[in-house]
Each structure stands twice: as C-alpha cells, then as structure tokens.
Design a protein around this ligand. Structure first.
Ligand SMILES: N#Cc1c(-c2ccc3cc[nH]c3c2)n[nH]c1N
Length: 241
C-alpha cells in the first residue's frame, strides 16, 4: 500500500509541486499517494469564512476551529499522524523525517494568518498523534512551504522513491554530521585541482579523508551538531582530526 500524504490548505495550488518529478514518479509507481484538499470545502457560510478575530485582541486573524475539524474528520484516517507546521513547533530534523517515513502516512494542516485555533491540535490529539513542528528559525506567511519541505524530506526516505539507495544513506545529517565536499571531472579546473587522494584509488584512504572532511566541516559550520553527537559516535581515528 502506498505511503499516504494528505494536505489541507486554503491555497491548494501552492502544493502543485508535489505532483512534479521525483514525487510525481513515486506517485505514478504507487509508492506514494498524495491528496490536496481545500479547507473552504468544509466551511458552512456563503462567504466560506475560515478566519476570525483573536480572543484577547492582538494583530491579525486566527483560523476558526470548526472548518478544520470537519476537514480532518473527512480526510484523516484514524490514528494517522497530524502534522501542524508552526514557528512555535519542535524542530523538524532528519531523525524526525526518518521516524515519519516508517509510518503508514501523514496528514498536514497548513495554517495561514496568525495560525490555527489551538483547540484544533488539542482535539485532533484525541484521534491520533499530533506533531506541531517548525522547519527553522525564520518566519513564513503560512505552512505550505514547510509542508513541501517536509513531504520531500520524508518521502525520499521511503524505499524505492530515490533510485540510488546509497545516496540516501550518505546524506548530510544521515550520520549526524555534514557531508564533505564533492568533485567530478575535470581533475584540474581553472587552476583548482581535485584533492589527489580522490584520484588515488585507495578506498580506505578516501574513506578516511571523507570522514575527516565531514568532521572538519561540521566543526566549522555546525559545532552544535558535533556537540549533539552521542558519546560513542566519534572513534579513535576521528579524534586525530
Ligand atoms: N513550520 C513552520 C514555520 C512557519 C509557519 C508555519 C505556519 C504558519 C501559519 C501562519 N504563519 C505560519 C508560519 N514559519 N516559520 C516556520 N519554520
């Protein structure tokens, strides 16, 4: 059975890229099934109202709970994880993507305005797991871009979606570190040469070099990742770096 992704949004056309390329092919091959649903389908007034003023005052509008509850009752298979993108969420990481890729599917609730009435997530938690997550420390105008990011990160981990399995395992963040630099032909280009070890054919030396480059780059660009590594992640050879 395909990995099922459903997205509820007031901008369904924003999710059109989900039908392109990698994901489009995976959908054609029956590995992934994607549904995009317009929240306004579940409104009950002639104006198809989805928002209202915030209790307690403050700027902007808040998304009303009732259309969301009707939409999720129609779209969400019981027990399926509901993902709510929000700048106030827990961090979405490669580890979270891997966890979700092992589940049967996901339902995404895309907020707009100042967000969705909190009672929607609270109510939804009675019918299955709910994850309020953020894709980074910057502010977007809505959840749709975050959904595109998370759907890509999760579905590429589903077996068969990415042809070359190895490229998934050797990703940055797959082992908690950043991947090192990559090179291809020509060996010398505009006065810049490929590191000789990569042309040596000595696979043990190449593996050592790549590990050292990965550690060096991680220490330089993301020391937070290095600090977060489990105790036994760095071997004796790594300490030499
Ligand atoms: N995920 C995530 C987000 C958002 C986000 C998510 C949903 C809404 C709804 C209105 N504004 C939003 C911003 N901003 N920055 C992130 N990393």
């Amino acid at each position: 059975t395909p990995y099922r992704v459903d997205v509820v949004t007031i901008f369904p056309e924003y999710l059109a890229p989900l039908r392109q390329s990698l994901l489009g092919k995976a959908a054609e091959r029956g590995l992934v099934a994607i549904g995009v649903h317009d929240l306004r389908r579940w409104t009950d007034d002639v104006h198809r109202t989805v928002d209202d003023a915030p209790y307690g005052g403050g700027p902007g509008m808040v998304m009303r709970p009732e259309p969301w509850a009707r939409a999720l009752e129609a779209v969400r298979p019981p027990g399926t994880r509901l993902v709510v993108p929000t700048p106030a969420g827990r961090s979405f990481t490669q580890a979270v993507a891997a966890e979700w890729a092992a589940e049967p599917g996901l339902v995404f609730a895309c907020g707009r305005y100042e967000g969705i009435d909190q009672r929607v997530a609270d109510w939804a938690a009675r019918h299955g797991p709910v994850s309020e997550v953020s894709i980074g420390d910057y502010v977007l105008a809505g959840g749709e871009s975050a959904v595109l990011v998370m759907v890509e990160a999760v579905t590429r981990l589903i077996p068969g979606v990415v042809g070359n399995r190895e490229s998934v395992e050797y990703d940055s963040h797959a082992d908690g570190l950043l991947e090192g630099p990559s090179y291809t032909r020509p060996a010398s280009w505009r006065g810049l040469d490929v590191p000789p070890v990569l042309l040596s054919g000595d696979h043990a030396a190449i593996a050592r070099w790549r590990r050292a480059e990965s550690l060096r780059r991680t220490a330089a660009r993301r020391p937070d990742l290095l600090a977060a590594l489990p105790e036994d992640a760095l071997g004796p050879a790594d300490r030499a770096v």
